[in-house]
Design a protein around this ligand. Structure first.
Ligand SMILES: Nc1ncnc2c1ncn2[C@@H]1O[C@H](COP(=O)(O)OP(=O)(O)OP(=O)(O)O)[C@@H](O)[C@H]1O
Length: 339
């Protein structure tokens, strides 16, 4: 069943509506409306203590929500209904295995529990690049190998959805690249939806085109990282910013005056319009010193979001299609520059 708000839309592998997890009076997760597109990698990004692990535990049924609804792979999950074992794989708060057993025996144990053939164990170890190390005790694995083993155990049932909490945590640069490549391959070649959490923007940026950014249990932004950066703006330095401001306002362009650099900041407009504007300013006796297009770096946009979350909207790009089809009006504020 598809819901009016798109919560169980077929394009979504995971969605939540008003998801809350409270510990006493403290809300670790506070009203999350996640929209995770099916297929591909979705990044759950946020600082330490933001609520990333708690969100993953809620999705996996490892902890009970205080309020809200969740849908995974087209099925509503909750207190009474859980998803069929094996459809979702996970690695939460680091890999978990028996250190005294070999990698192979650890995987065999999971295969046995899930009723899978034992051959699944060696196949999955090959997939994660542990071939040749199957018989070594897991306690003797390097950190990167342990991480791979954790991912192998999550993958053994060939899940449609994979939840990985900080999968590259503690790995050296080479292992980070390898694990990252493996995750992206899984999504690209096997159509698995992967949700990865991280507090490192550059890490998420390399893997996940779509992100949910959370802080203090709130979803501050959801959509593509590309759209998190504003479209850009134009900085205008003129001899009389006051007069220029009035002229711009008269044309419906609302400039922002940046005192420090004595510039007027206006939204990006097409070249012919900026050309006409400069001509007009000059014809009114103003000198135009500088016209410069600028775009924030992703890091600047992210930091700004953390500092001024109220200036951004949570952007549900999958939902927008659905909304367009259903004739609903998408709610949202206009994004403003914050200076
Ligand atoms: N069982 C619990 N009891 C009380 N508070 C908890 C519990 N589990 C988590 N919290 C609190 O909820 C908040 C979110 O924790 P969570 O582990 O989800 O954050 P996170 O984003 O995964 O952080 P990190 O990146 O540091 O792992 C934190 O303030 C944490 O202390």
């Amino acid at each position: 069943m598809a819901y009016a708000d798109g919560s169980n839309h077929p394009q979504l592998a995971v969605s939540t509506q008003g998801l809350v997890k409270a510990y006493g009076g403290f809300k670790a997760v506070d009203g999350l409306n996640l929209r995770v597109p099916a297929g591909g990698v979705y990044g759950l990004l946020g600082p330490n203590g933001a609520g990333k692990s708690t969100t993953m535990k809620l999705l996996l049924g490892l902890t009970k929500p205080t309020a809200g609804s969740m849908w995974l792979l087209g099925q509503q999950v909750g207190k009474k209904t859980t998803i069929q074992p094996g459809r979702v794989g996970s690695m939460i708060e680091g890999p978990s295995f028996y250190p005294g057993l070999s990698g192979l025996d650890n995987c065999r144990m999971v295969a046995d529990y899930l009723g899978l053939p034992v051959s699944a164990a060696s196949e999955v170890l090959t997939k994660v690049g542990l071939r040749g190390y199957e018989k070594r005790k897991a306690s003797a694995y390097s950190l990167g190998m342990k991480q791979r083993l954790g991912i192998a155990m999550a993958l053994i049932s060939q899940p449609e959805l994979l939840l990985l909490d900080e999968p590259t945590n503690g790995l050296d640069a080479e292992a980070v690249v390898e694990v990252r490549r493996m995750i992206m391959d899984l999504a690209a070649s096997e159509g698995v939806t992967v949700i990865i959490s991280s507090h490192i923007l550059s890490e998420i940026e390399k893997m996940a085109p779509v992100v949910g950014i959370i802080a203090d249990g709130h979803l501050l932004y959801q959509g593509t990282l590309e759209n998190l950066r504003e479209e850009g703006h134009i900085n205008l330095r003129v001899s009389d910013p006051g007069l220029a401001s009035e002229m711009l306002e008269a044309q419906g362009i609302h400039p922002e005056y940046i005192r420090k650099s004595a510039t007027l900041c206006i939204p990006e407009i097409p070249d012919p319009q900026i050309g006409a504007l400069v001509t007009q300013l000059v014809s009114h006796g103003l000198q135009v010193y500088r016209v410069a297009s600028e775009r924030k770096s992703l890091e600047e946009a992210f930091l700004e979001l953390m500092e001024n979350p109220q200036n951004h909207i949570s952007q549900n790009y999958v939902l927008q299609n659905h909304v367009a089809q259903s004739g609903m009006k998408p709610s949202g504020l206009k994004r403003r520059s914050t200076r």
